[in-house]
Design a protein around this ligand. Structure first.
Ligand code: SF4
Length: 449
């Protein structure tokens, strides 16, 4: 890697900023600001720094509406908001999707708008940690804070997660390397285990790599549970792992003082899906008969957990919340975005701070291309190509403050560091404006009857 000269040409430093990338929500960043632009970021990993610094690339700057010729045309804010409000007010089955890269304050306005029009509110959990949330409802949530992991954990297990690539500062800041109150020697006081079919970068940093077979997760955890319950394994090899290694691993897990299982989408999305998480939670419960063990999903977007926590607190359900009957409902396979799109139920789609165009299955995207789409975002992306109304928002944690929830459920206020472009608006303001304009249209409809 080429040596990069330190950045010295800046006007001032904004300290204690929070990274708006992954669920680690690192809140120790320093932004180097020159002429209202961030020219350098200290303490962030490359993922976080590049998101903050290269933000102006492909930035959405002005509201746009798709014209009859199929091209997006620049319009003023009033025109764009009125058009979006008309679409939402006239919808029978609107879906408001995304929310994981915006603030809780924006979500609050989103719930009010969703209730007003009977929409479905859903977030990226529907295509990522949804099975984990289902499992938590089935089997419980033996959770911890990342501070507890840092101060207490002497055994760290990463399963189905390559933290070194997906959450680059996770090991350095919370789990493996930092000195903790009870772990004064940092890395030397901890045993790190990676359970993953791949010999990932995280496995390379670990003391033990358990490379069980692809889709062998459920069987492997079952074997661990059996040994914890004092049973003898009848097979010599379980999911590709010799039974002697399973016995040895279980002994190590039983004899630790404080163990943590961090699991990623590698566990959530293999064949057994939420059942993998069910059994991982059950394994943690079994381990607690011997010593202290806890478990946490490695959440991706910086506020994907925030949406699930906020919706659960406000509405009782974590995602896929349907207001069509005038009260909140939630049913897996019924009220989730992908199901609604592939069944062609949704007739107006609002995407906020997300990119379904890049992540959804083709059947869902095909239906999106056939219905009106409203996009609230800061970047041009595949969703912009199918959007009928584009409303340029602001970068939470850089251009506007707001609350987010870290992967462990700790709320963090993300401060503003620079001014947003004059032509853009806060996400919170945009959704509130839509809510007020939709309410006026609905009132006028009632009055005219
Ligand atoms: S680990 Fe995640 S939150 Fe921390 S700096 Fe990197 S991308 Fe940002």
């Amino acid at each position: 890697m080429a040596y990069e000269e330190p950045i010295t040409d800046y006007d001032h430093i904004v300290e204690n900023c929070t990274c708006a990338f992954c669920g680690c929500n690192c809140d120790d960043l320093e932004f180097l600001v020159k002429d209202n632009h961030i020219v350098g970021v200290r303490h962030a990993c490359r993922l976080g720094a590049s998101k903050v610094m290269e933000d102006m690339d492909q930035r959405l700057m002005v509201p746009m509406i798709r014209g009859e010729d199929g091209e997006l045309e620049e319009v003023d804010w009033d025109t764009a908001l009125n058009k979006a409000a008309e679409l939402i007010a006239g919808a029978v089955r609107p879906v408001f999707y995304g929310w994981s890269e915006t603030s809780i304050e924006t979500m609050k306005e989103g719930i009010a708008l969703g209730e007003e029009v009977g929409a479905v509110l859903d977030n990226q959990a529907t295509i990522c940690h949804g099975p984990s949330l289902q499992a938590v409802q089935n089997a419980g949530y033996p959770v911890l804070t990342l501070g507890e992991a840092k101060n207490r954990a002497d055994m760290i297990v990463y399963t189905g997660s390559n933290a070194m690539n997906s959450h680059p500062r996770h090991m350095a800041r919370y789990s493996t390397f930092p000195r903790g109150y009870f772990r004064q020697r940092g890395r030397f006081d901890r045993t790190v285990v990676t359970m993953d079919p791949k010999y990932s970068d995280t496995a390379k940093m670990s003391d033990i790599w358990v490379g069980f077979e692809q889709n062998g997760d459920y069987e492997f955890y079952n074997a661990i549970r059996a040994v914890l319950k004092g049973k003898e394994l009848k097979q010599d090899v379980i999911s590709g792992i010799p039974k002697e290694d399973v016995y040895e691993l279980v002994e190590a897990m039983k004899n630790t003082q404080f163990g943590v299982v961090f699991f990623g989408l590698g566990l959530t999305h293999t064949l057994s899906k939420q059942r993998n998480i069910d059994i991982a939670i059950n394994m943690v419960q079994d381990l607690n008969k011997f010593t202290k063990w806890v478990l946490m999903p490695m959440r991706g977007h910086f506020n994907v957990n925030g949406f699930n926590i906020f919706m659960s607190y406000e509405m009782g359900f974590p995602f896929g919340v349907d207001f069509a009957r005038g009260y909140p409902r939630y049913m897996m396979g019924e009220t989730n975005t992908i199901d609604l799109l592939t069944r062609k139920e949704c007739d107006v789609f609002m995407v906020i701070a997300a990119d379904p165009g890049a992540h959804f299955p083709s059947g869902a995207n095909k239906h999106l291309a056939e219905i009106p789409v409203i996009q609230i975002d800061i970047h041009w992306g595949p969703s912009t190509e199918i959007a009928d109304v584009v409303l340029p928002g602001s970068f939470v944690g850089v251009e506007v403050g707001g609350t987010s929830y870290r992967m462990d459920g700790v709320p963090i206020f993300m401060k503003k560091a620079i001014d947003k472009p004059e032509t853009c608006r806060d996400d919170e303001w945009i959704v509130r404006e839509l809510k007020e304009r939709v309410a006026k249209i609905k009132q006028a409809q009632v009055a005219s009857k």
